[in-house]
Design a protein around this ligand. Structure first.
Ligand SMILES: *Cc1c(COP(=O)(O)O)cnc(C)c1O
Length: 232
């Protein structure tokens, strides 16, 4: 068994345990394998171990892998900051975008989504820990943004995403995830029907699952340490 295969088994086991504690079905939590910084060969290994959904943050790196692996039935999710000049490539080559944080970007993604494809699934990224992370819409502006994004024809607004500031310990980690879930409930009370909470990474996925995560985005615990920083 390769390291990636056994890491995937271990991560799926952590998901199963957290789901059990939370009285949730394991199938209600999707594992997104974050392959940024790793090769197409690593993605292929994870595929052979049963993984289908992969997350990427840097568009050129992602397009190279998507092209190399085009014969495999993989689902690609864009999870990095979205720049205006990259929206067309993202709208064309991905099934999901987790990191929409302003209307202009959402409008471009909707306009540029090929009509031959189903609507692009999107999450709005929310800044739930204030200074901690630079990206994401502030909670104040969220309801308005969600309403505008949900009316765009070629997008399907599915839910919310957050990358909280790192915290130690389960209880501290749960706080921002609880906030994100509360924000989704607040939006749904305004008439929307969001059902996706993209939250939890290698170090805090259990806390996220206890607070209702439906997609956990896990890189390091599957593929190992990346040898570049988050801002490349
Ligand atoms: C890199 C990244 C991840 C994965 O982080 P790990 O700590 O390696 O699990 C998850 N989400 C986003 C948005 C990322 O950029």
């Amino acid at each position: 068994m390769t390291a990636i295969t056994s890491n995937l088994q271990a991560v799926n086991h952590v998901i199963a345990q957290a789901a059990h504690i939370a009285h949730r079905r394991q199938e209600s939590i999707e594992l997104l394998a974050v392959s940024k910084g790793f090769s197409a060969a690593a993605v292929c290994e994870a595929y052979q171990a049963g993984q289908r959904a992969f997350g990427e943050s840097y568009i050129q790196e992602a397009l190279d892998k998507i092209e190399l692996l085009r014969d495999l039935p993989l689902q690609w999710h864009f999870i990095g900051p979205v720049q205006s000049n990259k929206t067309r490539a993202i709208a064309t080559h991905f099934a999901w975008v987790h990191s929409v944080d302003r209307l202009k970007i959402a409008e471009r993604l909707s306009t540029q989504r090929p009509t031959s494809l189903p609507p692009l699934n999107v999450c709005i990224q929310v800044n739930v820990s204030g200074e901690g992370s630079k990206s994401g819409v502030a909670p104040d502006g969220l309801v308005e943004l969600a309403q505008a994004v949900s009316s765009l024809p070629q997008l399907k607004l599915c839910g919310l995403m957050a990358i909280p500031a790192p915290a130690e310990g389960l209880e501290a980690q749960r706080i921002p995830f609880f906030k994100l879930r509360a924000l989704m409930e607040q939006i749904n009370m305004q008439g929307l029907a969001l059902d996706t909470l993209s939250m939890g990474m290698s170090h805090d996925l259990s806390a996220a699952i206890l607070e209702g995560a439906t997609i956990v985005r896990v890189g390091t615990a599957i593929f190992g340490e990346r040898n570049y920083g988050e801002n490349q």
